[in-house]
Structure formats: C-alpha cells, structure tokens
Design a protein around this ligand. Structure first.
Ligand code: 2IT
Length: 447
C-alpha cells in the first residue's frame, strides 16, 4: 500500500472533499509501514475497503419555522464501518455540514471507537440546519422532521446516534420522543446522551471533557509532569469545553481562556464554578457568542473580538470546538507564549501544519481520536446499562471511564513509542485503532 497512490485515487474520485481527504491522509501515513508488514491486509484490500463508508443515507428535512415559513435542510447518516460492532457516532447540526465533513467524522469515529475497548463500529450524521438564533419550538420541529426519515436507518442493535456539535440533551430528547412514536419501539438504547430519568447515563454529559483531562493526566504523568497549577487555554464554550473546564478546575489547573466564533474571553484569575455553570446558559440560548460571558462577569472575563484562545499565554492548549480550529500560525504563537502541551479534544481540531510544528518543536501532542474518546466510550457504557435495564452510580461510571482512558493511553504508548523513547501519539492511536478494525475485517471475509 502506498499512501500517495491511494490519496491520488481518492482525490480524483472525491474532489473538494477536503476534510475527508485530510483525515484519511493522516491515518494512512501513520499506518503505512505497519500495514506493509502484513501481506494479508494487502491481499484483502483492507485499506481500500476501510476508507469507503459502508453506506450513506441522504434525505430532505422540511419543517416550519415560528413565522410559519417552510424551511428545507438536508439530513445525513453515514454508516462507516461495522467490523467491531453496530454503527455508533454522533449527529452534528451546523450550517457548514457537508458529506465531506461527516465522512471525515465517521472515518475518525471508526478508529476512535476501536480504541475505547468497547464493541462499537463507526458512524456519523447530521444536517446543515443552523441552530443559531432558533427557538426551542423550532429546534423541536426540526428534530421531529429529521427523525421522520432517520428512524428507518437506526436501531439499538444497528446504529446508535448521539450528540455532537449543535446536538445536546435537549435535541436527543426531541429525537427520541419522535423515534418512539414512529418505530413503536421503546428500547431507549437507540440513542445515547439521553436525560438521566429515561435511560441516560450519569456522567455522559461531562464524559468527553472529563475523559480528555484523564487522558491529559496520563500523558503528563508519562512525561514526568503534573497538571496542578498549569494554565490551560480552552477553545469553545459548548458541552465539551464545559466538561473540560469542570475537570481542569477540579485537578487544580487554571483555565485562562474560553472562546467562541465571535472571539476570546481571557480569564486572568482562572475560570470559576459560576462561570462554568453560565456556559450552559450560553449554550442553551443559541446565540453562539462567548462575549456573553464578559457581559455577565465584567472585569473577570475580558472579551476580545476576532481573536482565538491560542492568543492567550498558557501551558496547555485544549482545542474543544471544531475541526481545523488551530493552524500552524496558532501553534507558533502558542509556543512563543510558553505553551508546551496540546491535547486535541475536538475532532481533527489541529491543522496538519500545526501537528507537524508541535511534533518537531518538542511540544507534547495527542490527537482527538484518543483524547476525546471518553465521550463515545461513556455512550457505550450507557448502551450497556440500557441493555441490562439498570443504571450505574456516578462512581461506577467514573471508574470505568478512568480505566478506559488509561487503556487508550497505554495503546498509544504501545504502538507509538519511538526509538528515542518519546511517544508519537498520532501514530500510536492510528495504528492501535487500525489494527483492531483490520483484524476484524480480515476474520469476517470479503464483505
Ligand atoms: O465525536 C464523538 O465521539 C461524539 N460526538 C460522540 C459520539 C457518541 O456516540 O457518543
């Protein structure tokens, strides 16, 4: 297998699908050497099969806004790979959603899910629906219209969606309510991220951020460092950033920045519990503005329009917002300001040039598919609880999440340790995830 040849073919076949091509290129570059030591992979054309989704559903979603006007969006569900379990992955509602974006996310999800130690295949879905400025009633009508098509594609043993950007507990509630009516099937395990009174797992809302901090702790420990007292810059203010801030504060770090599409809020004295709670209000408002934090906490949060979190001096950078949100120039600015570690929490949050810069300038770096896997892992734990008709305590879920993040870190170390003793976490995560999926595909024959 030659990455160059495969990429050339994919570029010709899917011109313009830049996010998808970027995600595939990163994985193929990492696994090329290992792959070529296994002639049985080449014979079964594992890579050629793995880069293509199993199937893509595309559907029209029509709904009526509060003014009585008819609105039309496009909905998607991409079932990427089912080698190690039923399709699993979130739904993204964002105006920029395209098939390319969801293909990149579904591809990444396949390897991430393989790292979790749980039996879940990879999927992703969503819509170009823009939640910004929408009322609760509009969100509900959109979710209902979306599920009118999606319900036929999913099921607790086939495909289990969850949240992602623009889809949280409120949306999952509306989606499940409609699923139940249409399917006449009352197994709550068809979606994860549910409310805690109807099958949702304790700690699922916090899990992506908590897991990311547990992973960061493992990484720092391996490098002989400690998070206590570190200054942390977080991008975004959504569900993932929220969970990361809670745990960072709990572990004795100081969160000195959060950000949004409108700019950055510097928080020189460190984020407080009250500010973290206010992030939930900001998310629920659908205004998509971080400036609201500075308005609510004058003098404590200082807003600068048009700037990113990476302009605020920190020890550790935690991208928690969107793909490609951290460029090579941002990486250089971070280093110039003293940053020495970046744990990517958003999916593909760092541009290839930024990753390259981190890795060649002694900055500890770990990729999203390892760092953020605690979210989907806890979705897997929610599925187990639903299947057993029980619910675990917060302590039980947290212990399992700790174990899973430790295990993901160990897999990265196993497959990513370099001759000089340093760990290439990109290689480690990609090879570990790939080997598991490839082995399963091989054993299941040419299908
Ligand atoms: O990117 C992700 O891993 C998620 N959005 C969570 C997916 C899930 O099924 O919990």
């Amino acid at each position: 297998m030659k990455t160059k040849d495969i990429m050339e073919r994919l570029r010709a076949k899917y011109p313009g699908e830049s996010e998808y091509l970027q995600a595939v290129q990163e994985v193929l570059e990492s696994i090329e050497d290992v792959y070529n030591q296994h002639p049985e992979f080449e014979q079964a054309k594992i890579v050629e099969r793995m880069v293509e989704p199993d199937r893509i559903f595309t559907f029209r979603v029509t709904w009526v806004d509060d003014k009585g006007e008819v609105q039309t969006n496009t909905g998607y569900r991409i079932q990427f790979n089912s080698a190690i379990g039923p399709y699993k992955g979130g739904l993204r509602f964002h105006r920029a959603v395209t098939p390319s974006m969801l293909k990149f996310l579904g591809f990444e999800q396949t390897f991430k899910n393989a790292l979790t130690t749980l039996p879940m295949g990879g999927a992703k879905g969503g819509s170009d629906f823009d939640p910004k400025g929408k009322t609760d009633a509009e969100i509900m009508r959109f979710c209902q219209a979306f599920m009118l098509e999606l319900w036929q594609c999913i099921g607790p043993d086939q495909d289990i969606p969850a949240g992602d950007v623009g889809v949280g507990g409120r949306e999952i509630g509306f989606l499940y309510g409609t699923y139940k009516k249409l399917a006449r099937e009352y197994n709550t395990g068809v979606l994860t991220g549910k409310g805690s009174t109807w099958g949702g797992s304790i700690l699922r809302p916090e899990a992506t951020g908590f897991g990311a901090l547990y992973f960061t702790q493992n990484l720092l420990h391996h490098a002989g460092k400690d998070i206590k007292g570190c200054k942390v810059a977080v991008s975004g203010f959504g569900n993932v950033a929220w969970g990361a801030c809670i745990k960072a504060l709990e572990l004795g770090a100081k969160v000195v920045a959060i950000s949004g599409p409108d700019g950055v809020c510097a928080i020189p004295d460190g984020i407080t519990k009250e500010m973290i709670d206010y992030m939930l209000v900001m998310r629920a408002s659908n205004r998509d503005r971080v400036e609201d934090m500075a308005t609510k906490f004058p003098g404590k949060a200082i807003f600068t329009p048009g700037k990113k979190a990476w302009s605020i001096p920190c020890d550790i950078a935690l991208p928690c917002a969107f793909q490609n949100e951290l460029s090579e120039d941002d990486a250089k600015e971070l280093k110039a300001n003293g940053c020495w570690c970046c744990c990517e929490v958003s999916n593909m949050g760092c541009q290839p040039g930024a990753i390259h810069f981190f890795q060649h300038n002694g900055i500890l770096f770990a990729p999203g598919k390892a760092v953020n896997a605690g979210g989907v892992a806890t979705s897997g734990l929610e599925m187990t609880q639903n299947a057993e008709h029980i619910s675990w305590s917060g302590k039980e879920v947290d212990e399992k999440l700790h174990f899973i993040m430790k295990s993901i870190h160990e897999q990265c170390v196993k497959f990513g340790t370099q001759p000089d003793g340093s760990v290439d976490y990109v290689k480690g995560a990609n090879i570990a995830g790939f080997m598991k999926v490839a082995q399963a595909m091989l054993e299941q024959g040419i299908v």
